[in-house]
Design a protein around this ligand. Sequence first.
Ligand code: 13P
Length: 340
Amino acid sequence: MKTHPLDALAQQLVAPDHGILAADESSGTIEKRFRAVGVPCTEVSRRDYRELLFSSPGIDQHLSGVILYEETLGQTGRSGRRLVQMLEDRGILPGIKVDRGVKALPGHPEESVTEGLDGLRERLSAYREQGARFTKWRAVIAVDEQRPSAPALRANAEALAHYAKLVQEAGMVPIVEPEVLMEGSHDLDRCRTVTTAALDHLFSSLKAYGVRLEALILKPNMVVPGKQSDRPATVEAVAEATVETLTRTVPAAVPGVAFLSGGQSPEEATRHLNAINLVAARLPWRLTFSFSRALQEPPLRAWAGKDGQVREAQSLFSHRVRLNGLASMGRYHPDLEKVT
Ligand code: 13P
């Protein structure tokens, strides 16, 4: 069977031992993260922070790709090299977040739909020229007793499918991210039900738009109780619910699933990813990470804008990347947390 060129790229993104760093926080989001550690948010501080991450030792052993924000795609580091070039030189694929964020869903003001399809075809060809090889679009699904509504699931799935088709036509691999939020008091079962519905809607839209399943990466939430739930779940229960949800909804043609961390602590996200891979010995897809907060919290806190802290921050970041690389193979153990 002839392999489609994009299939190989998608497989590279989820290669064994490897996962993805999401460093695509919009300027508003990174401002919040910087403020929490007392760092002024400027174009230069954002650039310095991302250069710190991308030049950390050893990360190329476990990162196949980095998702960038538009601004970073055009930035040159203190080293005089473009940040995109720094990644490419290390064999790490540069990707780009292409959605324009969420807006209230008409008729359902408590829910959202992700925007950014207008002019997307033209933006994609410019991103491709700047070096992007893959892309990301995030849909946000809120949960409570009434939500999500059917229109919210439908509108977000349609937008994801429309986006994914355009991206494949532009010669890049789309990451499709339907994020069921952790905010709320819902339990594990409710998250399982909603995630199942979101993935069912997504894959039926992807098929309707003729999106090539072999050339995309799914970026879902893990199936976890809401942050305010009074019914916590064990690591094993999360792993089993997550794997069961995926087996019921995700076609075997999809090469890989790269989870978001969604507000879990770094250790929690790694423990869950490891347990998922232990349940999942014979599944058709690779199961790995595409974390932002769960990879970046330790280095951001250690750096806090200080040049003298760059090495310490890099070592914490490299350590987190390595632990998640191990977890993506079911080879993580909490004792490894102590060894840096
Ligand atoms: P978190 O891992 O912090 O949830 O971020 C992943 C992401 O890229 C959200 O779009």
